[in-house]
Write a protein that binds this ligand. Structure first.
Ligand code: NA7
Length: 545
């Protein structure tokens, strides 16, 4: 059973970020031959590409790190609460070396096509470099926020200055000294980059479509004593993270925001705002109804709006920075350092493009419905075609030559965010329908990679050749993801969780909000019940043999 003339491996893994690297390690451990393809000229994925000024993780380093190898976990020393991109990239490179992963990774190679050959039940994979491989398994470890998106504003080809996208930053960095700079976008990337670009630039104009809730990061060097104490109880910390809602070990709230006195609530929010040791999710886990009750949520939203008004001196700018159009957390909250303070600098200006939309980019700058702007450099901090963009960018065709892109025309459909009906032996790490983007990504990556590795190991142990979900299981899971999503406030926001940032993308709440712990339990139950909802088959004997 071969595809004629095409070399074979057991598995192709697409992407050499944290998920692709760990998947390679696990599959090798099962004795499989694996080929990883990576489009970058280095490993690291998100932390390879996002080199913009101020790029750093906003989940604590001690949580946002691999837990699968206790020596790695004990030996690696983090320097900061939220390490910068270069430190994360060093860590990932260390992992690649430590587990001798590089010899199975082909860099600067983009997978363009994966077609399931039904006759031999193998995937025929092609790359932009002309590679062809036949693989029994394909694992898409392509990331949820990797297909960067430059908005479709006319005129960019006319622009004579330099332009950049935060998710695709030049390796050598960019010097903005003395430049007039424009930034479009105020999500996590913009929020991190804006204060640092402002330090260099002669003039900075920020074009904001939607104001975000930005909490102070309170980043600082890690106290060595703290690092030691976490490492001493790492097993327990990691387990709590795996069982938690967001993949970070924080206490589960029991009370409603509306049942406690206003002073108690305020004290809680103040500790979230001012505590040096605060977490990204602290506001969301303050009370048990923060993401389900608008009224409860408003108490936190108003607290943040009040802080913005306190910090930002110009009342009009302060008002423009205050989010009113979406509940707190329904667009991903951002962590900032001097973010709001930056708008007090005399050379920084905020332009509200909700009020006065961008009409076109010109050779010297851009034009809104109200004004013409001139600048030297243009930074797009405009985000990604999230969750599905990197998957549908590859021409993936399953049974009956059905394209994944077509199957998902009305929104992604998966079983557990791991597999798609009609696409046997194709696995997605942190795919749509999984909690990934609503969690500590590394916790979710590890859970997925381990589950997939076990599923493959089980197939091999039982002499089975393929697995794929039934359409019923997929329909049920997709409906469940939607139903649980709609029990919350999330679908009320125009967010990338909903696909709203990409014109024409179906409006569907893509991630699973049931919580990392609940989800893990569900995946484990499915496996324990003989991979309930999946069809697993032995190798078919091809006709004529
Ligand atoms: P995000 O969070 O998607 O932010 C993109 C920002 O760019 C956001 O403020 C958008 O406004 C804005 N945007 C996008 N398109 C346009 C156009 N056409 N005009 C004006 N403004 C625009 O991406 P990030 O890179 O900051 O962060 C991605 C994730 O990485 C983040 O959530 C963390 O998980 C880490 P909008 O809100 O759509 O109105």
């Amino acid at each position: 059973s071969a595809i004629r003339g095409v070399p074979e491996v057991d598995a192709v893994v697409v992407g050499a970020g944290m998920s692709g690297l760990y998947m390679l390690h696990k599959l090798r451990g099962l004795g499989l031959t694996v080929q990883v393809f990576e489009r970058g000229d280095g490993v690291g994925g998100t932390w390879f590409w996002n080199r913009y000024p101020g790029a750093r993780v906003d989940v604590k380093s001690m949580d946002y790190s691999f837990s699968f190898d206790s020596e790695l976990e004990q030996e690696w020393e983090w320097t900061e609460k939220y390490p910068p991109q270069d430190e994360l990239l060093r860590y990932i490179n260390h992992v690649a070396d430590r587990f001798d992963l590089r010899r199975d990774i082909k860099l600067e190679t983009t997978v363009t096509e994966a077609v399931f050959d039904e006759d031999v039940e193998r995937w025929h994979v092609r790359t932009d470099r002309g590679d062809q491989l036949s693989a029994q398994y394909v694992v898409m470890a392509t990331g949820c926020l990797s297909a960067s998106k430059v908005p479709e504003v006319p005129g960019l080809d006319l622009f004579r200055g330099r332009w950049f996208h935060t998710g695709h930053w030049p390796e050598e960095g960019v010097d903005f000294s003395g430049q007039r700079v424009a930034v479009i976008g105020t999500g996590s990337s913009g929020v991190q980059a804006i204060p640092l670009i402002a330090e260099q630039a002669a003039e900075l104009t920020v074009f904001q479509r939607t104001p975000n809730f930005v909490l102070p990061a309170r980043n600082h060097p890690i106290d060595p004593e703290h690092q030691r104490s976490v490492k001493a109880r790492y097993a327990e910390v990691r387990q709590a993270a795996r069982e938690s809602g967001f993949g970070i070990a924080v206490p589960t709230p029991e009370k409603s925001a509306l049942e406690v006195p206003a002073e108690e609530r305020r004290a809680r929010y103040e500790s979230v705002w001012y505590d040096e040791d605060n977490n990204l999710v602290d506001m969301l886990v303050s009370y048990n109804d923060m993401i389900t009750s608008k009224e409860a949520n408003d108490t936190a939203a108003q607290f943040v709006r009040d802080r913005i008004a306190e910090i930002v001196e110009d009342p009009e700018t302060a008002a423009a920075l205050q989010p009113h159009d979406h509940p707190f957390g329904t667009k991903r909250p951002c962590l900032g350092t001097n973010y709001y303070e930056t708008y007090n600098l005399p050379h920084v200006r905020l332009v509200n493009v909700r009020k006065t939309p961008i009409v076109e980019i010109t050779h010297r700058g851009l034009r809104t419905t109200q004004e013409e702007f001139e600048f030297d450099d243009l930074v797009f901090a405009t985000g990604f075609d999230a969750m599905t963009g990197a998957l549908t960018a590859v021409d993936i065709r399953g049974r009956g030559d059905v394209r994944l892109q077509d199957k998902w025309h009305a929104g992604p459909r998966t079983y557990l965010g791991i597999q798609v009906a009609g696409f046997p032996n194709l696995f997605t790490i942190t795919g749509p329908g999984s909690p990934s983007v609503l969690s500590n990504m590394v916790t979710s990556i590890e859970q997925h990679v381990e589950w997939v590795a076990e599923a493959i190991a089980a197939m091999r142990a039982e002499g089975l050749a393929t697995m794929e979900p039934t359409v019923e299981a997929e329909d049920e899971w997709t409906a469940h993801v939607d139903e649980v999503g709609h029990m919350t406030l999330y679908p009320t926001a125009d967010s990338w969780y909903m696909g709203s940032n990409v014109p024409g993308k179906p409006r569907v709440f893509m991630p699973y909000i049931g919580g990392v712990g609940v989800y893990r339990q569900k995946c484990d139950e499915v496996a324990a019940n003989g991979y309930e909802g999946f069809v697993r088959r032995p190798q078919r004997v091809p006709a004529g043999m």
